[in-house]
Each structure stands twice: as structure tokens, then as C-alpha cells.
Design a protein around this ligand. Structure first.
Ligand code: G6P
Length: 369
């Protein structure tokens, strides 16, 4: 079994460390660098169909839904088409506005999640076109979708999704370039720049993985907390949700993810000297805002674990601990931020002695409603 785990103690840790390779595989054969364009072999939708899209729904469950929330930022920012992100079990039972100018993107690692499959059928019955972002080749959702973008992350065994998640983010980024180039909201030069940032990601991820021993020390320091709060803003807000979900899933510590600017409307009441608050504060356009949210936490005695850009002296001087990630494209920061949060959840769970790869009450894929 140790061999199956490639010498790692758990599948989850192996899969965290596989992420640079997984992302290289998601990208492989899909970049037309000199054109600033992307080739998606099984997309099935022609240029005229993409040009007709007026509204996009992204539908998924769990971690895949968090990827969808990041996708909304990418597509709206670069393609200027309104995107709504829905939880599959909600979408299928309301009365969504869908027509033949609606594109529905289903995201599912397994391609077998019952609610996501049902939402896909519901959207299709209402006349929408669809594309699935799946990891498992020939899964039910992948087979039934009009088009598919495979993530090619390789088999994911750990119930808590890691490499599948970051490759979903890459697939959404690739789709954004594809759509933007087709509808001319992204020109060739911008496409080239977006691709250049993407190509740098695997090696930046390798660097982020070097944080592992440091994150283990941090896990030891905070493992006995009863609750955790995770805060992020903008495109990194879904990563706060995902960080909290990971911790909950495998360590059984209660954790909540929140948009940093919304903290004052509720969660701030929970902050005291026992409460670790993980704050995602890389140097981007929201930086000043998140930094001031961090000060609000500190002023109330909260224990700040800041995930920030490498060398940020200001944050170092204020937070209780910092975890520093390489700085690059803001659009791809969610990928780099994910690594320390995955490692934090992993080490807390290991230290608590839980069953990391098969946490209680959870299933890798939920094929019943
Ligand atoms: C289960 C898993 C989660 C996963 C979710 C959606 O709850 O435990 O890790 O995010 O299903 O799965 P899918 O295969 O559709 O991405």
C-alpha cells in the first residue's frame, strides 16, 4: 500500500504533491502560444455557438462548486458575460431562467454526482447547451454532456479533493481564454500573456510545496482550536471557503469561510483570543482592503495566520504567523493559495489522528440524491 501511495503516508499528501504534474497534464497539448489561443479538443461547441452565449451557469457540488465560484470571476472579468454559480441540488429544484443562449458548465471530479447529473439534464430540457469539466474519463456526466473538458489530474483517491480542484481551476482558465478569444474580449497579446502566466504555474507550485514543514509547525500550534475562520476577497474568497471545507472534512474542526468584507456583518462576533483566523492577503488589487480587515481581526484579539506574497514585511509585522507564496498573476493566485490551506488541513488532521483519506460520513462521490 505504501508503494501505491508513492512513499507518502496518505493518498491526500501524495495528491497534494502531484499538483504541479497534474496541472502540466491539464495544459498539455492545449496551448497555441504564438496565437495566444487555446485548443480544447472535446469542447464540441463551434465558434458561432460560443458567440451566441448570453448567460452562463456554472453548476457543481462541494469542492467543485468552489472552483465554479472562481470561474465566475475569470469569465465575467475577461469575457463580460454574466455568470451565475449554483449548487446542483438547488438548481435542479428551482425555476432557473435558461434558454438556447444559455451555456451551462457542470463541474464534477467524478462525473457521477447525482445532483450534478440531474441539474445537467434539467438545464438541457430547458434548452441550454452544456459543457462538463470532469476528471474521470467516460464518466456519466462526461458522456452525456454536449462537450467536455477533461482535467487529466489522474485518479484522485483521497476523499478530500486537492489535485482535482486545482486542475478544475486550470480548466476554467483555459475555457476563459478560449471563450474570450472567440468573442474577441481577449486579444492575441492578452491571450499570450495569460498563457505565459499559466505556463509558470507548475514551477511556482513546486516552490509553494516547500512550505510543507513550515505549515506542519503551524498546524501543531493551532490544532487544538475549536473553530477556525477563513477570510478572502474577490477571486480568492472561494479559496477561503475551500480552505474551511478541507479543514472541516478531515480534521472535524468547525471552520467557516467568509468574504473578508462581510465579516463585520456577523462572524466578527466570534473573534476572541482563541480564534485562529486564516486570512488570504496576497498583493493584488484587493490587498489594502484585506489588510485592513486583518487589522480588525487583530484589534479583537484574533490569532491571524496570514497567507501573503513572499517578502511582505508589512504583513509579517502584524500577523501572528505568515505563510508566503510566490507572487504572479492575480487570476492564478487561487491555485497557489490552495496549497498551504490543503497542507494545513492535512497536518491538523494527521496530528488529531483522524482517517485522513477516508473521513467519517463522507464519500468520494455521491451517486444518490
Ligand atoms: C463529495 C466529495 C467532495 C466533492 C463532491 C463533488 O462530497 O466528498 O470532495 O467535492 O462530492 O464531487 P464531484 O465528483 O461531483 O466533483
Amino acid at each position: 500500500l505504501l508503494a501505491e501511495k508513492g512513499g507518502y503516508k496518505h493518498f491526500m499528501l501524495k495528491e497534494i504533491f502531484e499538483q504541479p504534474r497534474a496541472i502540466s497534464d491539464t495544459i498539455a497539448g492545449r496551448l497555441v502560444e504564438e496565437e495566444g489561443a487555446v485548443y480544447l479538443e472535446d469542447l464540441s461547441l463551434g465558434d458561432h455557438e460560443l458567440k451566441a452565449v448570453e448567460r452562463i451557469y456554472i453548476i457543481a457540488c462541494g469542492t467543485s462548486w468552489h472552483a465554479g465560484l472562481v470561474g465566475k470571476f475569470l469569465i465575467e472579468d475577461h469575457c463580460r458575460i454574466p455568470v451565475e454559480v449554483d449548487i446542483a441540488s438547488e438548481f435542479r429544484y428551482r425555476n432557473p431562467v435558461v434558454n438556447d443562449k444559455t451555456l451551462i458548465i457542470l463541474i464534477s471530479q467524478s462525473g457521477e454526482t447525482a445532483d450534478t447529473l440531474a441539474a445537467m439534464r434539467e438545464g438541457k430540457a430547458r434548452g441550454g447547451k452544456n459543457i462538463a469539466i470532469c476528471n474521470v474519463v467516460d464518466s456519466s456526466i462526461a458522456r452525456e454532456a454536449d462537450g467536455v473538458i477533461y482535467t487529466h489530474a489522474g485518479p484522485e483517491i483521497g476523499v478530500a479533493s486537492t489535485k482535482a480542484f486545482v486542475t478544475q481551476l486550470v480548466a476554467l482558465y483555459l475555457f476563459t481564454i478560449k471563450l474570450g478569444r472567440t468573442i474577441a474580449t481577449i486579444d492575441k497579446a492578452k491571450g499570450q500573456a495569460m498563457i505565459a502566466s499559466l505556463v509558470r504555474i507548475p514551477s511556482l507550485l513546486e516552490k509553494s510545496l516547500e512550505l510543507n514543514p513550515q505549515v506542519e509547525t503551524i498546524a501543531r500550534k493551532y490544532m487544538n482550536a475549536r473553530d477556525f475562520l477563513y477570510l478572502g476577497r474577490g477571486i480568492n474568497y472561494p479559496i477561503a471557503l475551500e480552505g474551511a471545507l478541507k479543514l472541516k472534512e478531515i480534521s472535524y474542526i468547525h471552520a467557516e469561510g467568509y468574504p473578508a468584507g462581510e465579516m463585520k456583518h456577523g462572524p466578527i462576533a466570534l473573534i476572541d483570543e482563541h480564534m485562529p483566523v486564516v486570512i488570504l492577503v496576497p498583493r493584488n488589487s484587493n490587498y489594502e482592503k484585506v489588510a485592513s480587515n486583518m487589522e480588525e481581526v487583530i484589534a479583537r484579539g484574533g490569532r491571524v495566520i496570514a497567507v501573503c506574497s513572499a517578502g511582505d514585511e508589512d504583513i509579517r509585522g502584524k500577523a501572528e504567523v505568515t505563510v508566503e507564496i510566490p507572487r504572479d498573476s492575480d487570476d492564478l493566485a487561487p491555485i497557489l493559495l490552495s496549497v498551504p490551506l490543503q497542507l494545513l488541513a492535512y497536518h491538523v488532521a494527521v496530528l488529531k489522528g483522524t482517517d485522513v483519506d477516508q473521513p467519517r460520513n463522507l464519500a468520494k462521490s455521491v451517486t444518490v440524491e
